[in-house]
Design a binder for this molecule. Sequence first.
Ligand SMILES: Cc1cc2nc3c(=O)[nH]c(=O)nc-3n(C[C@H](O)[C@H](O)[C@H](O)COP(=O)(O)OP(=O)(O)OC[C@H]3O[C@@H](n4cnc5c(N)ncnc54)[C@H](O)[C@@H]3O)c2cc1C
Length: 313
Amino acid sequence: MADHHETLRDSDLFPPNHAAALERLQAFVPGAGRRYAAERNRDAGPGRRDNVSMLSPYIRHRVLSERQVLQAVLAQHSPEGAEKFIQEVFWRTYWKGWLQMRPQVWRAFLRELAADRARLEQDAGLRSAVTAAQEGRSAVEGFDDWARELVQTGYLHNHARMWFASIWIFTLGLPWTLGAEFFLRHLRDADPASNTLGWRWVAGIQTPGKTYLARADNIARYTDNRFRPDNLATEAHPIREESPPPPTPLPTPPTLPPGQRVLLLLHGDDLGGHEALPAVVSQIIPRPFSHTDPGYRPSVFPDYALGWKIPGR
Ligand SMILES: Cc1cc2nc3c(=O)[nH]c(=O)nc-3n(C[C@H](O)[C@H](O)[C@H](O)COP(=O)(O)OP(=O)(O)OC[C@H]3O[C@@H](n4cnc5c(N)ncnc54)[C@H](O)[C@@H]3O)c2cc1C
């Protein structure tokens, strides 16, 4: 295991450029049908992940759009044949829209995170338990390997994310916000929607009454018997009751003035924003911008400013 970690640094796993993203997409597409549906839950470990796409950092930062990914898949598979993969890509889109229409859920996460961080300052026992968990010293088999893998590679398989979040909350009894923030800091695909709502779902806040309990036999089965922890929680009660807030409509985007020059700033949150615009790019100025949102993780993908001429007049 350590050997894989030595060689699979995140910069190796996800080269931050468009050509690498396209190459990975093309390599994955033949397996996006039956193979993905049958094998996607298996986490055979670092360096053995060709059963999933590992496209998430590229999709997250919109180096590749969901449309582009699905078009490539549908060029080789029927919609029925690739149904499972298509559904997973739509989960991302669904979570994005869900949070976009309920921005107060993100603000509530940030408030709860600040309160839990303040507790850490005052509670030495909690502080050392959180540090041990993040450094892979919790004494829970599997969990410690995933903590180190996350920090060293910037990626975890979906099933490992579910097991990790469940063990963090229900076995170790740690505040869910601090686990979510640990993911945000290290995942190359760190996303306010997929991550926050994924953690809320495991904790039983997102879907009222439903939690996710990690079980040793499930972990052993889907990790090819690499791990079978014997000290897991045996029950998982929702950490609180909360009805999801109703959706609010999105603001209407402003209309761009015809014939005018505009400057579009593209940053790591959406490097494909220019795809919606009609004209040709007149200038590309790569430059880093400063971000103040505490949920924003500096991306390895470069930021750009694009000069744009809107057609007309
Ligand atoms: C606690 C927790 C935290 C998570 N945090 C993030 C996050 O910060 N960013 C992120 O992109 N995903 C997150 N996910 C979802 C999922 O684990 C990853 O998208 C997936 O593991 C990425 O690997 P892949 O590209 O090989 O996925 P594949 O299995 O190949 O899936 C293809 C694409 O579909 C999308 N997708 C797949 N599963 C999900 C899912 N459950 N929810 C939303 N989108 C999905 C991703 O864009 C992914 O690249 C989280 C899940 C959990 C349980």
